[in-house]
Unconditional design. Structure first.
Length: 277
């Protein structure tokens, strides 16, 4: 992977990690178009861009992250704007932990199985169509709006995140869309979706680091130069910050339907491409 490829892949990662269009699916498509065929040769790049997107989440949602941690160890004495939006910091942290359980099980026990069984752009195209259907359904569904995300809702949203381990199923689209169907407030869902993704993304990066240690750092770095690695990291971080902020505003304004249309078009195009090729 050269510097230009790293820049483009970093931009794709930063943008699609937050927009409900599937980062894994778009990276697979981009890798095919850019001629990047062997992911094991750029494991270090995968780790770098995952860490970059986590850092971008923490930067944009820094106030929310510190609010949760402060609330865990020093209960707030009076309500503030964040309390009004997120209820109680302890309860919110518990919801985050509960939401992590399904993806934790999948990541530890089934990550390699999913990667092997569902590889290929045809699967990506089909899953993009499913993402489109979910986003469309969540847009037109009109359930009663709940004031706060419950523990049960957090678990269901966590299951949606685990299912989104399939390439082409958008993680943010699945979690936010599921939350909207459950009746959770738009104002709360984007932040919750991005905050609940921090531990799983870091966990995925740690699993990749473990895999790097098993195959050897030299082999893991064989397909990319240090400069390309830095460029990809910075691109994913900067674009991730912009995309995270943009997505929060779009969810509040109820603009998810446009992403449903996009995923449907791209998904059908990829399916046709793979069947014709």
């Amino acid at each position: 992977m050269n510097e230009v490829q790293a820049l483009l892949m970093g931009i794709f990662q930063g943008l699609t990690e937050y927009l409900p269009v599937s980062s894994s699916g778009h990276l697979a498509i981009a890798g095919e178009l850019l001629g990047i065929q062997d992911p094991d040769q750029i494991m270090s790049f995968t780790v770098a861009v995952h860490v970059a997107t986590v850092l971008s989440t923490i930067v944009i949602l820094w106030k929310e992250v510190t609010w949760i941690f402060k609330g865990l160890f020093s209960p707030l004495k009076k309500a503030d704007k964040l309390m009004d939006r997120f209820n109680d910091p302890q309860k919110y942290a518990i919801n985050i932990i509960v939401s992590m359980i399904p993806i934790g099980i999948v990541g530890v026990f089934f990550k390699d199985v999913i990667e092997e069984a569902f590889s290929g752009l045809l699967v990506v195209g089909c899953c993009l169509v499913v993402t489109s259907i979910l986003l469309g359904f969540s847009y037109f569904a009109k359930p009663r709006t709940k004031e706060n995300i419950s523990v049960v809702d957090a678990l269901v949203i966590g299951v949606a995140q685990a299912i989104a381990a399939l390439p082409g199923l958008s993680r943010s689209g699945s979690t936010i869309g599921t939350g909207l169907i459950l009746g959770d407030k738009k104002e709360n869902l984007a932040q919750f979706s991005f905050l609940m993704a921090i531990p799983p993304i870091l966990g995925m990066a740690l699993l990749d680091v473990k895999k790097m240690c098993e195959v050897g750092v030299q082999e893991a770095m064989a397909g990319i130069t240090p400069m390309a690695l830095v460029i990809g990291f910075l691109a994913a971080f900067v674009v991730g910050c912009l995309a995270c902020k943009l997505m929060i505003n779009l969810v509040k304004k109820g603009k998810m339907i446009w992403f449903a249309a996009y995923c449907m078009v791209v998904g059908i195009a990829v399916v046709i491409w793979q069947l014709v090729a």
